[in-house]
Design a protein around this ligand. Structure first.
Ligand code: SF4
Ligand code: SF4
Length: 295
């Protein structure tokens, strides 16, 4: 069966957290937008349920926080039980309760969790991680690689079971010195993938061929980073649009984009964990070095 990786982003842009580096911090969506987000998601789930000629792997990438909304939780549970859905995952701050995941197929549902120091205590975040461990849910944990997050990231790595992969995202606009890059790489051996944007112009990318980005109204684009639509999910035009294409952007600097950039071969690195960001060979045969906080 043909694999199709789908990134879905509806209009929802509200979040319960107040991260200083985020434009969606403490944003509140008006009721009509929430209703539209819910209706759009319901339509998308129906599309996924009836598109049985593809093996679907779906990642929800809301602008804000989705799991505080029942419709994202319900969508993940439902999609996880569909035989042609190989993976359904969501990017989340993990603030919400986790018990609902007991209703999901935990071989299919997964979480991409970001720890935001300053918004939640480490111990509370770790409690949530332990809940996921108890439930047997696949998840990755990550932090934004800001200098002021380093000590927290070290402590988090030390407290998480070695089986849990901790990723580090290079902070937007931050140029890393060699020493900084080394410090973060000691925590996340794949940090070099993130530390600087990948030149991508003209290079072959799976986006638009076996990966698509979908907006709430069904607009299909190659990826979140090239705004030109290539079709629509609900009129079937997405099917004819899928073909190999070179990237038309100069750079690709986000994990959910460059994992599809063919010369990087990151699909081989992540395999089944591509969308929830867990390398196939994790934990590595040698555990990451323990790192001593520097401040
Ligand atoms: S948790 Fe995520 S969406 Fe919410 S404010 Fe922080 S970075 Fe933004
Ligand atoms: S390399 Fe990045 S920006 Fe270019 S098509 Fe692929 S995902 Fe999109």
């Amino acid at each position: 069966m043909n694999d199709l990786y789908v990134l879905y982003r509806g209009p929802l842009a509200s979040c319960n957290y107040d991260c200083p580096y985020c434009p969606f911090a403490k944003r509140v969506d008006p009721p009509e937008l929430l209703r539209a987000d819910r209706a759009d998601l319901a339509r998308f789930v129906e599309w996924a349920a009836t598109t049985t000629d593809r093996r679907l792997s779906i990642l929800f990438t809301p602008w804000g926080e989705g799991l505080t909304r029942s419709w994202y939780r319900d969508a993940i549970v439902r999609l996880s039980h569909l035989p042609h859905v190989a993976r359904v995952a969501i990017q989340t701050n993990l603030a919400t309760r986790t018990a609902w995941l007991a209703g999901a197929d935990r071989d299919v549902a997964a979480l991409w969790c970001t720890y935001h120091p300053g918004q939640v205590t480490r111990s509370r975040f770790l409690d949530r991680c332990r809940e996921l461990d108890d439930l047997g849910v696949r998840y990755s944990v990550g932090v934004v690689g800001l200098p002021e997050h380093h000590d927290e990231a070290v402590a988090l790595r030390a407290a998480l079971p070695p089986t849990v992969y901790l990723w580090v995202n290079a902070a937007d606009g931050h140029v890393y010195t060699t020493a900084e890059e080394r410090r973060w790489t000691e925590l996340d051996p794949r940090f070099p993938d993130s530390v600087r944007p990948h030149p991508s112009l003209g290079l072959p990318c799976h986006a638009g061929e076996t990966a698509i980005s979908v907006l709430g109204d069904g607009t299909v684009r190659r990826c979140h980073f090239i705004p030109t639509p290539i079709g629509n999910l609900y009129d079937g035009s997405w099917r004819a649009a899928l073909r190999p294409r070179p990237c038309s952007n100069a750079l690709c600097d986000c994990h959910i984009g460059y994992i599809h950039l063919k010369p990087l071969h990151l699909r081989d690195v992540y395999a089944d964990g591509l969308l929830e960001r867990i390398p196939a060979a994790w934990p590595p045969s040698r555990a990451p070095k323990s790192v001593v906080p520097t401040r």
